[in-house]
Design a protein around this ligand. Structure first.
Ligand SMILES: Cc1cc2nc3c(=O)[nH]c(=O)nc-3n(C[C@H](O)[C@H](O)[C@H](O)COP(=O)(O)OP(=O)(O)OC[C@H]3O[C@@H](n4cnc5c(N)ncnc54)[C@H](O)[C@@H]3O)c2cc1C
Length: 482
């Protein structure tokens, strides 16, 4: 692209949406000298900073401490007798709010310092290489850009039949402000968001009923990990978990009324009356007002089809100069995925060809203890082994054999490692246990490099640390290679 033709555009790049995906893309582009604009209609930082990762982790940090200090039996094991723990709900909520404000300010300043132009308003495509931005005042301006990245993220999904009022029936958008603590709350959905909020609510003394439509709780997790995790995170707490049941209707009020039916037969099961309901049934892409038709793009239930270079596709072919990243693409809807995709899109715009590697992207649930995973599920690994004609290896490493976990009196934990028994290549790992979210990174790095347990087994780990759980798994795996 010559300078003359580049200068004929208002910007080299316009990013629509300033969530984690948009932020990383815009910063990376501006850092590399592209004249970059980023359009945001709500809060800078998007879901992760304002309504997701950041406030939820702040609530989990505070409520996790309450849980620890209130666990008299655990403390007695160390010879500690603590006074009854007291907490102030509003101050816990304030901690989350302050963190959100700090991170949002830092992120905005970082973009400004990088030289990106922040356009406040709602963006939509106006054909190829053109973006219309409607400001809150109603004024609309159209900008041209050589490249456009869509990073408009996702919103909570509320199934039909469920009515929200934001106070007694709400989604994570409202739950993160911890406005009140219901005595009895039903959480619909046992994915990572439902589990994290169950962790917060039970630590703060609420009784929880967890409603899962599929036939087992934690259906998206590795079945062995889910079994051991559910024993602690659900059965060991003030949680009544129901699987195979559907919340057919939820009516806000005091009490909130939930009509439960059996998932398979739709036969009535029970009417529950609770103080509040958190709807944690997944997320839907934000794409319907983007005027995608102006560039001929058809979505897949709202998700924008992309290739591994993050180019938007129409009938399998890339649309020139149009890219999409983050939750709106529906691929591993996590903040670090969005950021990684943003980096990949911009590298390709800069002419450095690079593809995203989803297999090496880890995922974590920040319950106490945590759950994490990377790479293939056992079912997918079995399929790959059958297709590629290799034998799948599987080893288990237990926290109860780890000195650090024993010293912490938190030795309930398991790591499952999946690998190719011929080449030794690490294919995936699934962990439940203390600091599982940190432990998974080492294995994610090995997956990214397609490393073999043959070499990994020789890497020395600090003693005594939880990382030795990983070391033991690598050594066990190496011993089984054929
Ligand atoms: C409760 C909760 C906890 C979570 N915890 C974690 C976690 O611990 N770790 C993790 O990795 N992920 C977590 N996530 C997921 C994470 O928040 C998302 O994956 C991430 O925010 C996706 O980033 P994104 O940039 O694709 O979209 P978003 O963060 O949704 O940002 C999109 C932005 O685009 C803006 N926008 C939309 N349409 C337009 C338009 N037309 N014009 C202008 N602006 C527009 C929106 O206002 C928004 O600011 C959590 C999510 C939730 C809900």
């Amino acid at each position: 692209m010559s300078d003359a033709s580049a200068a004929s555009f208002d910007f080299d790049l316009i990013v629509i949406g300033a969530g984690y995906g948009g932020f990383d893309a815009a910063k990376h582009a501006a850092d590399h000298g592209l004249r970059t604009a980023i359009v945001e209609s709500r809060d800078m930082g998007g879901t992760c900073v304002n309504r997701g990762c950041v406030p939820s982790k702040a609530l989990l940090a505070a409520s996790g401490r309450v849980r620890e200090l209130a666990d008299a039996e655990h403390l007695r094991g160390f010879g500690i007798h603590a006074a009854p723990v007291r907490f102030e709900r509003q101050k816990i909520a304030d901690h989350a709010n302050q963190l959100v404000a700090t991170i949002r300010t830092n992120l905005t300043k970082t973009l400004e310092r990088a030289g990106a132009t922040i356009l406040r308003g709602k963006g939509r495509l106006e054909g190829s290489q053109r973006v219309a931005v409607r400001e809150a005042s109603g004024i609309e301006r159209v900008y041209s850009a050589r490249d456009v990245i869509i990073a408009t993220g996702s919103d909570p999904f509320v199934p039909p039949g469920i009515e929200t009022d934001g106070r007694t029936v709400f989604t994570s958008d409202e739950a993160i402000s911890l406005q009140w603590l219901p005595r009895w709350i039903a959480i619909i959905g046992s994915g990572y968001i439902g589990l994290e909020f169950a962790d917060v609510y039970t630590a703060l003394g609420c009784e929880v009923t967890m409603i899962e439509a599929l036939d087992r709780v934690m259906p998206t997790f590795d079945p062995d990990i889910a079994k051991i995790a559910a024993r602690n995170l659900i059965d060991g707490r003030d949680i009544d978990a129901r699987s195979g049941v559907l919340a057919k209707s939820v009516t806000p009020g005091s009490p909130v009324r939930i009509e439960l039916v059996e998932m398979a037969s739709r036969e009535p099961v029970e009417i529950l009356e609770v103080d509040a309901v958190l709807v944690a049934t997944g997320r839907v892409p934000v794409s319907k007002d983007l005027n995608l038709a102006s560039v001929g793009v058809t979505t897949n239930r709202g998700f924008i089809p992309v290739d591994e270079a993050m180019r938007v596709l129409v009938d399998g072919n890339p649309v020139p100069h149009l890219w999409a990243v983050g939750d709106v693409t529906g691929k591993m809807m996590l903040a670090h995925t969005a950021a990684a995709q943003g980096g990949v899109a911009v590298d390709n715009i800069l002419g450095h060809q690079r593809l995203i590697d989803y297999r090496s992207i880890p995922a974590a649930t920040f319950t106490h203890p945590e759950i994490s995973s990377v790479g293939l599920s056992e079912a997918d690994a079995k399929e790959l082994a059958a297709a590629d004609g290799f034998e799948l290896g599987l080893v288990r490493s237990y926290f109860k054999a780890n000195s650090k976990a024993l010293a912490e009196l938190e030795s309930d934990g398991l790591m499952k490692l999946l690998f190719n028994r011929s080449s030794g290549e690490v294919l995936g790992a699934h962990i439940y246990g203390l600091h599982a979210a940190d432990l998974i990174q080492e294995i994610a790095n090995a997956v990214a490099r397609r490393q073999s347990v043959r070499e990994l087994a020789h890497e020395v780990h600090t003693h005594p640390t939880l990382s030795e759980v990983v070391e033991v798994a690598y050594k066990q795996a190496a011993a089984t290679l054929v």
